[in-house]
Design a binder for this molecule. Structure first.
Ligand code: AMP
Length: 224
């Protein structure tokens, strides 16, 4: 069977992380979220973390050369030989080109770019209520998906916190950066015939059904 090399696109708060958790279960893919990788690096105080921290605190993108190596290392790992799911990468046309060239040199290519769309007002409401568990980055929402016990992760019992960059001023900045630098990628992948669009304002279970059906179709087409 062919590889399933997928990327998730969409504004912060469109539900990429939630959908990714489900897709990983459906298709048994390794999942690489650059935001999680960078936050982990900041927590550990590694060189990557030290380079990335000030950009992240401002809601700016970290420079392409800082992030591209970290992501290609994972794409090259044995667990990703049959496919992967990237979330939060690529974020710029430069990163998209780096990824395509790097995959091309390895005789690989992207299977699809899954775009989850949502308007700014929905995104701001979702991000401001979002909580994340400190141990494993499980996601909750105080209004739409609360944990059983307030402030505590259902899965691992760790504390739930608000990410610094989910605070309102930074959210507006991140959205602005998304519209300017990342949204043009939709057109890029449309031209390559790889774009699949999903309505992120629908309930998560419905969005999941649509994405799962689209990815299944990709697999079937690949097997023909
Ligand atoms: P996220 O969790 O995907 O919203 O990412 C959080 C922050 O990490 C972003 O606001 C950026 O500062 C940084 N970041 C994540 N992915 C990338 C990327 N592909 N390129 C540049 N910066 C990134």
């Amino acid at each position: 069977m062919g590889e399933l090399n997928l990327i998730l696109l969409g504004p912060p708060g469109a539900g990429k992380g939630t959908q990714a958790q489900r897709l990983v279960d459906d298709f048994d893919l390794p999942y690489y979220a650059t935001g999680d990788i960078l936050r982990e690096a900041v927590k550990n105080g590694s060189e990557l973390g030290r380079e990335a921290k000030s950009y992240m605190d401002q809601g700016d993108l970290v420079p392409d050369e800082v992030i591209c190596g970290a992501i290609m290392e994972r794409v090259d790992s044995p667990e990703a030989a049959d496919g992967f799911l990237l979330d939060g990468f690529p974020r710029t046309i430069g990163q998209a080109e780096t990824l395509e060239q790097a995959l091309g040199r390895r005789g690989r290519r992207l299977s699809a770019a899954l775009l989850i769309e949502a308007p700014d007002e929905d995104v701001v409401r979702r991000l401001s209520g979002r909580r994340i568990c400190v141990a494993n980055q499980h996601l909750y929402h105080v209004e739409f998906d609360p944990p059983k016990r307030e402030g505590v992760c259902d899965d691992d019992g760790s504390e739930l916190i608000q990410r610094d960059d989910d605070k309102p001023e930074t959210v507006r900045k991140r959205l602005d950066v998304y519209r300017k630098q990342t949204e043009p990628l939709a057109e890029h992948y449309e031209e390559l015939g790889l774009l699949r669009r999903f309505d992120g304002t629908r309930p998560p279970a419905e969005v999941h059904e649509h994405i799962r059906a689209a990815v299944k179709t990709l697999k079937l087409e690949d097997e023909l």
